[in-house]
Write a protein that binds this ligand. Structure first.
Ligand code: ADP
Length: 395
């Protein structure tokens, strides 16, 4: 029997999973997959360690199956179909861990109560992250579980980077810039020596551009400043989220009679690429569209990402390298070019051929700033943390 760690990244409509063997130091996933379309029309897919599709059938899921049914099915499928695998711990992505969780934590009842209170700060993610933990606790009550927080990586930031210009009592109450996507930045930070050599400990801005999007300025591979703030709404324009917004707009909308719930839906689910294009939140679809509104949405995405990136430079005192990661960052040559074109004045110059072919190093030789594509791996960071905090099966 191989002792394994199950890693779950539970979102509103998808459940990403990966399985890591303890005896291999949880360094590579033996199985990786996703259930997409949860609540609508769930679709299961999985790949083995070589990246080949796993064809062993997943049981029928019905049309609108929810996570509390799917997770026990997934555990059963992993343990019965993947010969010789026993799950001995579970690790979870948890978006919000507030100020004091500077690293991963073993799940306890008290921790769950604490994390539930943070649901209003991350309504798109936190409820689903916690639901996954509860499902596993219900079906495997003795299984140790570890929560890995997207906020933890940013706790190295100095006070100025975390403060809003609000009355100071609010900061004392915890109204601070927390930052997110920390598991992804943690992974990227770990890869920098291999990619950048001596510059790895220099001034690097990582751009995590997926459905959610943010950037993080790092020095010595530690977070110095980031674009997301109190919630995962701030900063860059995203798939359905507005990013940085004049708070006066929110006051105006309230004055016009919109409820806080209406505004939450507008800003989290109906804005960003979807809102501006009126077509889709999906960058690949917008790129394929000839509609002027789709093109304007992409241009705004690039312009705002470049503006926010430039705004992080003072926190770093300069810039040595830019890293692109996550779905858009890894796969959209057009968006990388669109962002870098706004940054020529800073010394950023792309090699068009390398960019178009999604090479690792994509800057032109004369560029004063290195530009790289580094695929992220949040699941690996969670697996490693879970390995460290949990004991293998005895006997
Ligand atoms: P999530 O935040 O859900 O993990 P991903 O990191 O998978 O998201 O990124 C999803 C985004 O990446 C979507 O907007 C998708 O259209 C975009 N994307 C994926 N592949 C491509 C591609 N080949 N060209 C442009 N955009 C792409």
């Amino acid at each position: 029997m191989t002792d394994t760690i199950l890693v779950l990244n539970a979102g509103s409509s998808s459940l990403k999973f990966a399985v890591y063997a303890r005896n291999m130091g949880a360094t590579a996933a033996v199985l990786r997959g996703k259930i997409a379309g949860i609540g609508n029309n769930p679709v299961f897919s999985a790949r083995d360690s070589a990246g080949e599709p796993v064809v062993r059938d997943f049981p029928p899921m019905g049309s609108s199956t929810q996570i509390d049914i799917l997770i026990p099915m997934l555990i059963d499928w992993v343990q019965t179909n993947q010969i010789g695998i026993t799950i001995t711990a579970a690790g979870h992505r948890v978006v919000h861990g507030r100020r004091h969780h500077t690293g991963p934590a073993l799940v306890t009842d008290a921790l769950m109560v604490e994390l539930m209170a943070l649901v209003p700060l991350a309504p798109l993610h936190q409820p689903h992250n916690l639901a996954a933990i509860r499902c596993i606790a219900a079906s495997m009550p003795d299984l140790p579980q570890v929560a890995c927080f997207d906020t933890s990586f940013h706790r190295t930031q100095n006070r100025l980077a975390q403060l809003f210009a609000l009355p100071r009592a609010m900061a004392d109450e915890g109204v601070l810039r927390y930052g997110f996507h920390g598991l992804s930045y943690d992974y990227i930070a770990g890869t920098l020596p291999a990619h950048l050599g001596d510059k790895a400990d220099g001034r690097v801005i990582a751009c995590h551009l997926g459905n959610g999007a943010s950037i993080c300025g790092m020095h010595d591979r530690k977070s110095v400043a980031t674009s997301m703030g109190f919630t995962a709404l701030d900063g860059l324009m995203m798939g359905t989220r507005c990013g940085a917004l004049d708070p006066g707009v929110v006051l105006y909308l309230l004055d016009q009679g919109m409820t806080p719930q209406d505004i939450t839906k507008l800003l989290y689910e109906e804005s960003g690429l979807l809102g501006v294009s009126g077509i889709s939140n999906d960058m690949a679809l917008l790129e394929a569209s000839t509609a002027p509104n789709a093109q304007e949405a992409i241009e705004l995405f690039c312009y705002r990402a470049a503006s926010q990136l430039a705004a992080l430079v003072p926190a770093l005192g300069g810039l040595d390298a830019i890293i692109f990661t996550a779905g858009i960052g890894e796969k959209s040559a057009r968006v990388r070019k669109g962002i870098c074109d706004h940054l020529n004045w800073l010394g950023v110059d792309l090699n068009a051929v390398a960019n178009d072919s999604h090479a690792t190093h994509i800057n032109a030789p004369h560029s004063t700033i290195d530009v790289l594509i580094v695929p992220t791996d949040e699941e690996l960071v969670i697996a490693q943390a879970t390995l460290t905090l949990t004991e293998p099966r005895r006997g």
